[in-house]
Design a protein around this ligand. Structure first.
Ligand code: GDP
Length: 392
């Protein structure tokens, strides 16, 4: 599936940059166009793969290229005021060649948190292609203001996109790691999962056509209907036949064929379970998911119809959904078989409820502190018996 990706804010820009790198490395051709929008000049300069003329600095008259300092209301205002500048970058995208837009942002900060929902709303008004969001939730150790920003942005972003795919930094945080190093790994994880998912709908001419290849319309149909989505992933190393190793020669032995096929089927079904029950991009209860898409990626000799069918049925039972799609993504050279499961329309998400609770507390706290500090300042500045007069 071909996407026009727009990264809003620092996290958004970095993740889109990473998608471009993935695209170049794997030849998946999912990024038809890529742009980054920011109020901070330094963040745009730090990008490596997004073309310079596709990096848009907004809000120069208001914040002089220094960012909005985690003020997402200001982020939203600036995005609205300067939407024409963003549109200028989008104008150079051949929109008739893209299947959808993907707006990526970290929801805890200011620029992406405020700007991404504004951009999604704008895109939906102008284009007929679906507009998806990829929203990154902050770690719970980032503090009240980030949580409040994320909760407000999440609510708005979901409303403005055709589907909001969510990645929760909190679920992927590792202790004892530098923040920078941590993000590097987290961003790899994001790109791996979504890269395989979107790459599945983008089989190139000349590539091996598997028994049942996932089509981009299946991704679109799974995401249609709005709401929130999460993605599961599991992989297992395999030795590829084309490598010509001892194992592959043994496998060519006719007697092993049937055993192999049973083994392949079992491997697939256990990978499906691992992906669905393991760590999701947004941890949640999978029961009640409205729709799901199962993608099985790997060398064609390790993919089989029976495995996918079994995995699909199991997912139907687990989610209670009647709309579970599944298919292959023949993928050579990586040395693994992987399953990616897109669970769309999830509603039982304790993490979001917890985020909202902390956000409300932070909001109340902030109001209280503001009131108190107004009073305190008043007390400090004015003399006790009001004997002094201000100059003017
Ligand atoms: P903005 O530039 O004002 O939009 O804010 P940032 O994008 O810098 O930060 C917003 C939030 O995104 C932070 O609170 C972090 O939770 C998260 N974040 C920042 N950088 C990264 C990154 O490289 N990867 C990931 N996964 N999250 C990030």
């Amino acid at each position: 599936m071909k996407l026009a990706m727009i990264g809003f804010g620092q996290a958004g820009g970095k993740v889109v940059d990473k998608f471009l790198e993935y695209d170049k490395r794997t030849g998946s051709e999912i990024v038809r166009a890529a742009a980054a929008v920011n109020t901070a000049k330094a963040d745009l300069m730090g990008l490596e793969h997004i073309a310079e003329d596709q990096r848009v600095l907004i809000g120069q008259s208001r914040v002089k290229g220094h960012g909005v300092g985690a003020d997402n209301e200001l982020g939203a205002e600036i995005a609205e005021e300067d939407i024409d500048e963003v549109q200028g970058a989008i104008d150079s995208i051949p929109v008739h060649e893209v299947d959808a837009f993907l707006v990526v942002a970290g929801l805890g900060g200011g620029t992406g948190s405020g700007g991404a929902p504004v951009l999604a709303k704008h895109l939906k008004r102008i284009y007929t292609e679906p507009v998806y969001g990829l929203g990154i939730l902050p770690g719970s150790d980032e503090g009240g203001i980030y949580t409040l920003n994320a909760a407000r942005s999440f609510q708005t972003f979901v409303r403005e996109v055709d589907n909001l795919m969510v990645f929760d930094n909190d679920a992927w945080r590792k202790t004892g790691e530098s923040v920078q190093g941590g993000y590097e790994e987290i961003n790899e994880e994001i790109v791996r999962r979504f890269g395989i998912l979107f790459g599945a709908g983008e089989i190139q001419q000349g590539q091996e056509v598997a028994e049942s290849v996932v089509d981009s319309s299946e991704i679109i149909n799974t995401l249609s209907g709005g709401g929130v989505s999460t993605v599961g992933y599991a992989e297992e190393e395999v030795e590829e036949r084309s490598s010509g190793g001892l194992l592959s020669r043994l496998r060519d032995d006719g007697d092993d064929e049937e055993l192999d096929s049973a083994h392949t089927t079992n491997r697939i079904t256990s990978l499906v379970r691992k992906a669905a029950l393991g760590r999701l991009t947004l941890p949640c209860e999978i029961e009640g998911a409205e729709r799901a898409l199962l993608v099985l990626a790997g060398p064609p000799e390790y993919l089989n119809r029976k495995g996918i069918e079994r995995g699909r049925k199991w997912l139907e039972e687990q989610t209670g959904s009647m709309e579970v799609r599944g298919g292959d993504y023949p993928y050579r050279g990586a040395g693994f078989v992987a399953t990616v499961i897109l669970l769309a329309g999830v509603t039982n998400v304790p993490r979001i409820k917890e985020l909202q609770q902390v956000a409300i507390e932070a909001q109340d706290n902030l109001d209280e502190i503001r009131e108190e500090s107004d009073e305190n300042l008043d007390e400090l500045v004015s003399d006790d018996s009001d004997e002094l007069e201000s100059l003017f």
